[in-house]
Design a protein around this ligand. Sequence first.
Ligand SMILES: Nc1ncnc2c1ncn2[C@@H]1O[C@H](COP(=O)(O)OP(=O)(O)O)[C@@H](O)[C@H]1O
Ligand SMILES: [Mg+2]
Length: 224
Amino acid sequence: MYSPKTLGDVVFHDAETKELVLKHAKPNNFRNLLLYGPPGTGKTTVANLIATTIYPPQPTQLELLKINGSMNRSIDDVRKNIEPKCRVNVLRPPHLFIVIINEAERMTTEAQDALRGVMDDCNDVKFILTTNYLEKIEKPIQSRCQKVVMYPADEQTWEKPVRNLLKSWGIDWKDELPKCVMQYAGQDNRQLIEELEDWAEDVKEELAQINVIEMPSKSKKKGK
Ligand SMILES: Nc1ncnc2c1ncn2[C@@H]1O[C@H](COP(=O)(O)OP(=O)(O)O)[C@@H](O)[C@H]1O
Ligand SMILES: [Mg+2]
């Protein structure tokens, strides 16, 4: 499935949000981030891209820890899987270590309390949390993060990126945008992309069939 390769390729619902994200994708900006909003708006994608924008992938360095809140729900998980790595990284370069916690709301209150302690002690660690439910993130964690809300982009915002995407898939589409764009714009970016890919496959198949039908007549002409 297509996924944006850079933050510039991400379709944000508004320009302010994009600006805010870009501002925080800089190595000298240590503020923790909390990305929240409905499913399929690009929160996990953006969290990963912020990390790779700050630190382009270098396999020899351990700079990024990805945690899933639903599999690290307990205080023990925080103590075992998050805290030691953060503390080690305080003591040695690289000076900025990034921890991404997806589905952070799945962590228990106690686990979130422990995480708050780690956040306070490890200033050199940048945390990027994502969640669909802001209200399930403890207030002290919220207070330690720059909050960024991500909504699905509307039809107008998707127009240009959709045409660019189609072009990159070999379809130069001048007509009205396909129905799936209208249907999922403003609802769910993930479904919009999935449906657009299916639609593009069908269009390409149709185009291929037209070419196959045209070929014999071309070769006939050559034969003449
Ligand atoms: N804002 C966006 N811009 C471009 N593609 C998006 C965006 N949001 C979601 N997608 C598409 O949906 C997929 C899943 O997005 P994801 O980051 O997992 O969403 P979330 O974490 O908000 O549920 C991405 O890989 C991409 O294909
Ligand atoms: Mg996600």
